[in-house]
Design a protein around this ligand. Structure first.
Ligand code: BG6
Length: 489
């Protein structure tokens, strides 16, 4: 399927995600002719909006994120709004008629994409009603696209999964992890498996450690209510960070099919050493931002934010050391860190190679730097290889040099948004860059044993200043192994 024809039903169409990401992404697919005339979008939500009001909303969202959009009227005419009560069966029957009429109007062969971009407590209800009222019973395909959070621990994720599995089979379910739609996250596999110079070194004999940083400069903003129950471990580590670890650590798949790639990722997660009880303190560090200064502005601490408890024990920062107990990675730490209100918004992976066996050269009296391969995920996209070369002028002195490739520096190349690619993949039936249930379950069980231990201990919060790179203890985590965090800016 390369020219998908479908009705996309967005649950939560009046919400923030739809406005910020989904509408602009669908527009870009239209603009780039990835979808043609044969598509329609039905927004459903509790509010009593009209089609016209909905279309205005769609146009505004696109105008605010895309420069000089064309054919907006034509594009937005494909959008319809349907007021909806998720618990009322007659809502589904009405929607069924709407979809049927749209199929006829736009020549769509009964293909349905149900996109759940709303509060997760209704995911199960919606899925089962869609099936019960016959909305998935068409000539074409039906798919369920589901946003995070996928549960808040393993038992709740299992329950949610059982509910949606009653109505949709695993291959109809597309669990979004938007990091898997990022250009440079998708590039990890290519860099590794399309180059003869990396893969032979990609193991415990030549790599000393791998560091993944995903820092944010924003605070919790208006999401206090959600974030208080989540925290950085569930919000970022369980999904995005662990997914990046899996891509960095997996074995080469025998083919580039969805099943082969997923099964290699699952094997990594099965080898991930489980950390529990008191040993959590040796492997993980949590933090919460206090007040601080950024760009000359005084910022409040997390506990002062809206909808946050003033003695909140919720972590806004996590650093951890992950060990993958398999043949390739035995003994190689994967350090991860992520947090809010840090010094910069940046996601980077640093692969640090082992030192050469003997130092023949000097760098102005110091030892040589190790070779690093840096994968820049965002905001800049690219790779940098850190090497040592001769210092001009003679002698046995070296200087560090960098070989850079920048993916998004070339004028005119506008890398597609993660959501644009993921929506397109799900329309085409390609689930490779979505999380399989086995991956979700394994990463929850890893994360659960850490949060269970943390819940038994009152944290000494706040412990890092807004605008810093996190608590001191996160530096110690590497120092006790003889390493340090490589700067990310
Ligand atoms: C989301 C988290 O999954 O990822 C947010 O819920 C976080 O808290 C966001 O801000 C970060 O995504 P990105 O693409 O901006 O790095």
């Amino acid at each position: 399927e390369h020219n998908p024809k479908a009705v996309i039903v967005i649950f939560g169409a009046t919400g923030d995600l739809a406005k910020r990401k989904l509408f602009p992404s669908i527009y870009r697919l239209f603009q780039n002719k990835k979808i043609g005339r044969e598509f329609s979008v039905v927004g459903v939500g509790r509010r009593a909006w009209t089609n016209d009001f909905f279309r205005e909303n769609v146009k505004e969202s696109i105008e605010s994120s895309i420069h000089a959009p064309e054919a907006l009227e034509e594009f937005s005419s494909h959008f319809y709004y349907h007021p909806f009560d998720v618990t009322n069966p007659s809502s589904y029957l009405e929607l069924k008629d709407v979809l049927h009429n749209l199929d006829q109007k736009y020549d769509i062969p009964g293909n349905r994409m149900f996109y759940l971009a709303m509060a997760p407590e209704f995911f199960g209800t919606i899925a089962s009603n869609l099936k019960k009222e016959g909305l998935t019973d068409t000539q074409g395909w039906s798919r369920l696209v589901i946003e995070k959070p996928f549960g808040h621990d393993l038992p709740s994720a299992e329950q949610l999964n059982n509910e949606i599995r009653e109505a949709f089979s695993e291959d109809q379910i597309y669990r979004i992890d938007h990091y898997l739609g990022k250009e440079m996250v998708q590039n990890i596999e290519v860099i590794r498996f399309a180059n003869a110079i990396f893969e032979p070194l990609w193991n415990s004999r030549f790599i000393s450690n791998i560091q993944i940083t995903s820092s944010e400069s924003l605070g919790v903003e208006d999401r206090g209510r959600y974030y208080e129950k989540s925290g950085a471990l569930r919000d970022m580590v369980q999904n995005h960070l662990i997914q990046m670890v899996a891509l960095l650590a997996m074995e080469p798949p025998i083919k580039l099919t969805t099943n082969e790639i997923r099964s290699e990722k699952v094997k990594v997660l099965r080898a991930l050493r489980s950390i529990s009880g008191g040993e959590v303190n040796d492997f993980f560090v949590r933090g919460q931002y206090g007040t601080g200064q950024m760009n000359g502005k005084e910022l409040p601490g997390y506990r002062e934010e809206n909808n946050v408890d003033d003695i909140s024990n919720t972590e806004t920062y996590v650093a951890g050391k992950l060990m993958i107990d398999n043949f390739r990675w035995a003994g190689v730490p994967f350090y991860i860190r992520t947090g809010k209100r840090m010094a910069a918004k940046s996601t980077k992976i640093v692969v640090q190679f082992k030192d050469i066996p003997m130092n023949l050269y000097y760098r102005d009296g110091e030892n040589l730097d190790p070779n690093l391969l840096v994968i820049h995920i965002q905001p800049d996209e690219g790779i940098t290889l850190h090497l040592n070369a001769k210092k001009s002028g003679g002698g046995i002195f070296t200087q560090p040099i960098k070989m850079d490739y920048c993916n998004n520096c070339i004028d005119g190349i506008n890398t597609p948004e993660a959501y644009e690619k993921l929506i397109y993949d799900s329309l085409c039936g390609d689930a490779t860059n979505f999380t399989h249930w086995d991956e979700v379950a394994l990463s929850w069980s890893f994360v659960d044993s850490i949060s269970e231990y943390w819940q038994t201990q009152i944290a000494d919060f706040p412990n890092y200043a807004s605008g810093s790179m996190g608590p001191k203890a996160a530096d110690m985590l590497l120092e006790k192994d003889g390493f340090h965090w490589w700067p990310i800016t």
